[in-house]
Structure formats: C-alpha cells, structure tokens
Design a protein around this ligand. Structure first.
Ligand SMILES: [Zn+2]
Length: 384
C-alpha cells in the first residue's frame, strides 16, 4: 500500500507522525439544512434538527443494487474523450455492502434492512460508479431522489482488505443513510485546520477534489444545533483519518489522526439512542374519537395501533404543542408493514395530520417520533 508522499510546509509536531495510508474519502453531497423560524428556542431547534433527518424507529429500509446494462453514465476526460462508467458492482463488492448493513443491524438497532430486486421498492439505491467517489445522502434526504437516481455510490473497489477504503467505507456511507453526519465536522471538536494543506492534500490523488468538495466535506463545521450531544468522537466511523500536518489544533493530532475505521462506542450509543431495539414507551391500541395521551418525551417514539370499525376517510392528528413526524402503515401478514403516508410538522405552529381512507377489519400502526414538546404541555393523538 502506497504511503502519501505529499510534502507539507507545516512543521510536524515533536511526536513522530502517525502513518495514514493514502485514503480515499467520502464526498457526500452538500445538505440544505432545514429552515426554522428565528423565534423558536435553541433547545427546540436542536431537537428538531437532530431528529428530523432520522427514520422513525421500526422502519425497514429496502436497498437495491443497480444492475441493468443501461445503468451508468458517461464521464468526459480532459482530452474530450468520453468513457462509459457502469453503476453495477461485482458480486464481492455487493457482499461487502450486505455485510456492512449487517454490522449496523447486529448492534441491535430497531431499524431493519432488506435487499430488494426492484428499484421501485427501494429507499436506498446503490451504485458502484468508478471515479465518482463514495457518497450518500443523509437520512430521510434520500427520499428526495427519484427512483432512477442513486442515493449511495462506491467509487472505488471496496472489496479489499483495507481499514478505511474497504468495508469501513460501506459502514460509513450507511451511517449517512441512517442520518449520521461527518464527525470531523463536529463543531465541538475544536479542530483548527491548516486549510491550505488540507486543500492541497485533497486536491491531489487519489481524491483530486476541487476546493468546494473539500470545504463541504472537511473544513465546514456543522451547525451546533445539528449535532447530538456536545462531545467529539475522533474514533467514530464517521470520522476521516488525517495525515500529519493537516490539523493544527488539538495539537496532539498535528502528527495525524487515524480512527480505527469501525463503529466506536459512541457510534453505537448514538444509533441506539435514535433506534433502540424497543421503544421506551409501549405500543397502545386506540379507538376513534377518544384522545390518547402522548407519553413519549423528546427524541422518543410511541406507536399507536388502530382497527377501524368502518371503511371511510379518517383524520389522524396530534393535539397540543409538539414537533413530530407521524408515519402511518398498514400491518400485513407476518407483522410486515406497508407504508401509507407520513407528515412532519416540525418547526411550525400546526400539528402533524394525515387524512386517509382506512378499511374496516384491517390493522394500522401510527408511529409518532416526538422531536420536541415543552415540559408542561398536554399532548394527545386523536382519530376522527
Ligand atoms: Zn461521509
């Protein structure tokens, strides 16, 4: 494995540099942060921003690997020549991604992952387009992509025994899909970059990034309100390794920073906080025209089950002051869930509400993830 040979003008720290092999980094598309009204409290904004890109717990994320001959793109070389780049991966690359999904699931999280053969059935659509970098949209942002579009790419061969550029890359990209962001952009890290050295390093092979990509994926700090907790985890799988001379502060990392490339203790805690094996609050069967208390607190989820007595249009709404996402599914045989509708009212004065025709003798589940509610607020759910 070739070591990076780029020179840096920054004097190295007294301790000897940590060896960081030539690493190809994830270059995820820039996000448009959710716009919130200016007059809402800091606490409310923080809870909305850290929850609103996450999935409701219990969601099954279906993933699909592009495999048709027509799936791909032309890239243009500097000399004007065009080259076809297919999106399909090799069987061994697919195996690495499946294993990475299993790595997350084996933590005991409440989300499920299922491979599907049709792109129409998939929220997560994965390509292996060479020279297109590795990237994924973050959390529920993947739903904004059309069905023929990719939500995740692996731009190099991940079927290699490499800490960061093998399965570590697949675990990292899936982490984005679960709603996690780059840990080295955590504003609580207090990282001061040697910016020119960072631009030079990432502008050179193997990444060849333009300034904007480097800025969005490394230098730019996340909004403090978007980050869960207030600590920094340099061991996170969502943290890049950095060669010597890129970090000025904290000084101990001037000689380089090389995370293990696997899930850290805090990665596990964070993902289980949002996706516990079991919701803290028990599921409740509810009847129409009777308001039921929402017991779930901030960042918690409560599920309500409903069997209509009539086939008709129903209104499902939350009452009281709270920010939530509400997701309605039909319960099929074998406890499988069929998504029907959802509403996110966070950051507004109105409440989550779904109007829909439901059928007698069927069972429905309403999943309510509470982002924020004031401590003295009475909140309930009502079906009418
Ligand atoms: Zn990334």
């Amino acid at each position: 494995m070739a070591k990076q040979t780029k020179k840096t003008s920054l004097p190295l720290a007294a301790n000897s540099p940590i060896t960081v092999p030539a690493t190809r980094y994830c270059a995820s598309p820039p996000r448009k942060p959710k716009k919130l009204p200016k007059d809402i409290s800091n606490e409310r904004a923080k809870l909305i921003l850290s929850n609103s890109n996450k999935w409701v717990n219990g969601t099954t994320l279906h993933y699909y690997f592009f495999n048709r001959a027509a799936d791909g793109e032309h890239i243009e070389l500097e000399n004007g020549r065009k080259l076809w780049r297919k999106w399909a991966g090799t069987p061994s690359q697919l195996r690495v991604v499946r294993k990475a999904f299993k790595t997350w699931k084996d933590l005991g999280i409440g989300l499920n992952f299922k491979e599907v053969k049709n792109r129409e059935d998939a929220e997560v659509r994965i390509s292996f387009m060479e020279d297109d970098g590795a990237w994924s949209y973050v959390g529920r942002d993947i739903l904004d992509q059309d069905v023929d579009e990719r939500t995740m790419n692996f731009g190099w061969n991940i079927a290699v025994p490499d800490i960061h550029n093998g399965i570590g890359t697949a675990i990292h990209e899936i982490g984005h899909t679960l709603g996690l962001q780059h840990e080295h952009q955590n504003p609580f890290a207090g990282i001061v970059w040697n910016e020119q050295a960072v631009y030079d390093s990432l502008g050179a092979p193997p990444n060849n990034w333009d300034k904007e990509t480097t800025y969005h994926n490394i230098i730019a700090k996340l909004d403090k309100k978007e980050v869960t907790g207030s600590s920094w985890d340099p061991d996170s799988v969502m943290h890049y390794p950095f060669e010597a001379g890129l970090i000025k502060k904290p000084e101990q990392y001037a000689a380089g920073l090389n995370p293990p490339g696997d899930l850290s203790k805090k990665d596990k805690e964070t993902v289980l906080k949002f996706y516990p094996a079991k919701n803290a609050v028990k599921d409740v069967f509810i009847k129409e025209k009777v308001p039921y208390d929402i017991v779930a607190g901030n960042s918690e989820q409560q599920n309500f089950l409903f069997k209509p007595t009539l086939t008709k249009y129903y209104k499902i709404e939350t009452l009281g002051k709270l920010d939530t996402v509400m997701v309605l599914s039909e319960v099929l045989a074998g406890k499988k869930l069929l998504y029907l509708s959802g509403d996110d009212n966070s950051g507004t004065d109105s409440n989550a509400m779904i109007k829909i025709k439901l059928f007698r003798s069927k069972t429905y589940v309403i999943k309510l993830r509470v982002y924020y509610k004031g401590s003295k607020t009475k909140t309930s759910i009502l079906i009418s």
